[in-house]
Structures are given as C-alpha cells and as structure tokens.
Design a protein around this ligand. Structure first.
Ligand code: 5GP
Ligand code: ZN
Length: 137
C-alpha cells in the first residue's frame, strides 16, 4: 500500500525510532512543532479512529502514556499536547492513524491549542448530546 507510515513500519522509509512493540511504533516527527515532537502509530494500517481496532487503539494509547513519561523525564516540558487528527477537515495529512506528542513550554509560540472560548447555546448543546447518546453502543 502506498502509505508513508506503513513504509516507515516496514523500514522502506527511514525514521528516528523511539519505541516498538508487537502493535505499535513511535518515532520522531521530521517537521517538529517543538523539540521532542514525536508520533505514535499502530503497525497495522488504519486510516483513522473509525478503522482502527480497539486492541490497536488501546496499544497506541498505552504507548503514548509511556512516551509522555519519557519525554517529561528527558526534556522536562511544562506541558504536553496530545493531538490526533481524523480526516481532511480535521487537517489530517497522513491517512494512517497517529498520535502526536508535542512538548510545550510557556511562551513557546506553538499555536496548536489556542482557541477563543465563546459560550454556546445550551439548548443546541443538549440537542446534540441527545443525538450522540442515541448512537452510543
Ligand atoms: P497530521 O496527519 O496529523 O496532520 O500530521 C502528519 C505528521 O506526520 C506531520 O507532523 C508530519 O511532519 C509528519 N510526517 C510526514 N511525513 C513524515 C515522514 O516521512 N517521517 C516522519 N518522521 N514524519 C512525517
Ligand atoms: Zn499505513
């Protein structure tokens, strides 16, 4: 399959690897938003949260926790953003699921988690919650 991250898993494309187990690979992002920006992916191809198996997703999240602890020890960031984008509308560029770990320091200028808080219409919020609850299994 013509997938950059599958090629990183197979070794066809080189990467700076950090961690690997049966299900998961973690490696450094080559366009880092900050020092220590890294990615955690399932080894089995899954484009988004909608395709990945529960076992693979849990393995990715477990590795994410491990990597976050190592980043904290190694780089001592003041904070960490976890990012996981699904679909073009959400700005996902590589269609193989990945979690970003982005270490943060106050005043670092990284804008990824900045948004203005604008109160929503509570009736609309409740209506949308009803819609989502209906489809929870
Ligand atoms: P997203 O799909 O969540 O927008 O982000 C994709 C991420 O993958 C980007 O941060 C980008 O820098 C990273 N990326 C894209 N191609 C490569 C690559 O070949 N190697 C590595 N290590 N990272 C990549
Ligand atoms: Zn892939």
């Amino acid at each position: 399959m013509d997938c950059i991250f599958c090629k990183i898993v197979s070794g066809e494309i080189p990467s700076v690897k950090l961690y690997e187990d049966d299900r998961v690979l973690a490696f450094m992002d080559i366009n880092p938003l900050n020092d220590g920006h890294l990615l955690i992916i399932p080894k089995a191809h899954a484009a988004t949260i909608h395709e990945i198996t529960e076992a693979d997703f849990l393995a990715v999240m477990s590795a994410t926790r491990k990597l976050a602890a190592a980043v904290k020890k190694a780089l001592n960031p003041e904070g960490i953003n976890l990012l996981q984008l699904n679909g073009k509308a959400a700005n996902q560029v590589v269609p193989h699921l990945h979690v970003h770990i982005v270490p943060r320091w106050s005043g670092d200028g990284v804008t990824v988690s900045q948004w203005e808080l604008v109160p929503g219409d509570m009736e609309k919020i409740k209506g949308i919650a009803d819609q989502i609850r209906k489809d929870l299994k």
